[in-house]
Design a binder for this molecule. Structure first.
Ligand code: PMM
Length: 294
């Protein structure tokens, strides 16, 4: 009974916006849609088509398309995080992301940089990125850059590295442990001098999680909202969908991704990181209208 009351209270609390260096990102009444631009030769979802070495035009044109489809933010990444991916040196990663970030900033668009490296974050923020999307869980060096530059920050739960995370899925209670990690991470942000109105939290779907654990975390969005910050959900085209959809390959995961987006919107998620922007914008509009769920 107590649990029910808590869930209902959490579902009713308004989702705060994310404060940016220039303005803010509204995360309610519908979640902000964050479109993905992976500038890597080995991305699992788009096969590296946006990475013609030294030619940012393809990445920029693609990003402009996502904005036209309704993305509120474009997340630019230069290193694949898929399990087993090969690490990229910071200099090379910055060379990939900076031209696209600065092109987006020049157009007045909100760019986010997907990185775990302080040097890359610093270069991208200098080029105009307003959000550092940290899939590394908050290393002190990266928090320092966020505090110094005044950018916004996504704190994501993960364990290990892309090389090791598949073997790091032992949890007693995945929802409790991820929630505790994020709560502790928010405290580390405060200690580093980062105002919490600039921070979003993310359970890290697929990062050191089995399919069942990813599903449990998606069901826990109302509870994660209890942390008081916008909850980012990154589930688009991910492999847990294959286990729900008879092994569907990446190319057959659109409907599953949209189902997650609609339910996450109904549950009050603040930001959805997705590949298929136009379809997701429509799905979340309906999902948000049907929430909050009880
Ligand atoms: N997933 C990926 C990369 N970056 N960032 C956040 N905040 N949350 C995620 O779930 C996340 C991320 C991996 O997916 P991709 O290879 O399709 O970009």
């Amino acid at each position: 009974m107590r649990d029910k009351v808590t869930r209902a209270e959490e579902a009713d609390a308004p989702t705060p916006p994310l404060r940016l260096p220039h303005g803010q990102l509204a995360c309610a009444p519908e979640p902000a849609v964050m479109g993905i631009v992976n500038l890597t030769p080995d991305s699992f979802a788009d096969g590296g088509t946006l990475y013609p070495e030294g030619h940012p035009e393809a990445g920029l044109a693609y990003a402009a398309g996502l904005l036209a489809e309704g993305a509120a933010v474009v997340d630019v990444g230069g290193e694949s995080t898929r399990p087993g991916a090969i690490p990229v040196p910071a200099e090379e990663e910055a060379r990939r992301v900076v031209p696209v970030v600065s092109g987006l900033a020049a157009e007045g668009a909100i760019a986010s940089v997907d990185t775990t490296k302080p040097e890359v974050a610093r270069a991208a923020v200098a080029a105009g990125a307003q959000i550092v999307n940290d899939v590394g869980g908050g290393e002190p060096g990266l928090l320092e850059v966020v505090a110094e530059t005044g950018c916004a920050y996504v704190l994501m739960h993960s364990r290990g590295t892309p090389a090791t995370m598949r073997d790091l899925t032992d949890y007693d209670d995945v929802v409790a442990e991820v929630t505790a990690f994020l709560a502790e991470g928010l405290e580390r942000c405060v200690a580093a001098g980062i105002d919490l109105d600039r921070v979003a939290v993310d359970p890290g779907i697929g990062f050191a999680k089995t399919a069942e654990q990813s599903v449990a975390l998606l069901r826990a969005v109302p509870r994660l909202r209890g942390l008081g910050r916008p909850v980012l959900v990154g589930a688009s085209r991910k492999s847990f969908l294959a286990s729900l959809l008879d092994g569907a390959p990446v190319s057959d995961r659109l409907e599953g991704s949209l189902a997650v987006a609609a339910v996450a919107a109904a549950d009050g998620a603040g930001i959805l990181r997705v590949h298929d922007v136009a379809a997701t914008v429509r799905a979340v509009r309906v999902g948000a209208a049907l929430g909050p769920r009880r």
